[in-house]
Unconditional design. Sequence first.
Length: 194
Amino acid sequence: MIRLDYEIIADIIEPGSRVLDLGCGDGELLSMLKEKKNCRATGIEISPRQIIRCMERGVSVAQGNIDSDLDVYEDKRFDYVILNESLQQVLNIEKVLADSLRVGKKVIVGIPNFCNLRARLQIFFMGQVPVTKSLPYKWYNTPNVRFLSLKDFRDFCVEKNVRIEKAWYLREGCRVAFMTGLFADSGIFVLRKG
């Protein structure tokens, strides 16, 4: 079964596009884009175990740190740069997003919503950092270094003069259209320089 966020990202990307996936994980999305969209796709991943998984899938991947390794790419080298579930894990969001917008014509960002209703209720009633299906880590083993809401990200884009061309909001494999800040577990945004 294909994840809804992957389906949405695949629908956004034009066939034959040049794609760079930052924090590509095990390469499942890149493999899908190569197979279904005939994309020239590559990824950057820091985890040696995930790099091996990418290679097993036949996906082109470089070991690197997206906080510092985008400087080697020339402007507009890629049609799309993807940061799906990785932006909240970088140290310097402003630099990574600026570099992504420089090397890609469009940037697709998928972020978790740390302020969804279930997370808010866990904090209020239990007095603990939330652990949910979409936020499965405990405070001490999370890879996330940033905890943001969908509104935080939209406000950030306005402040940095980044245009959001389109947005989708998701919860447990379904799209959310009403009160997205409360009910969506995640958001997917297509960005372009303002």
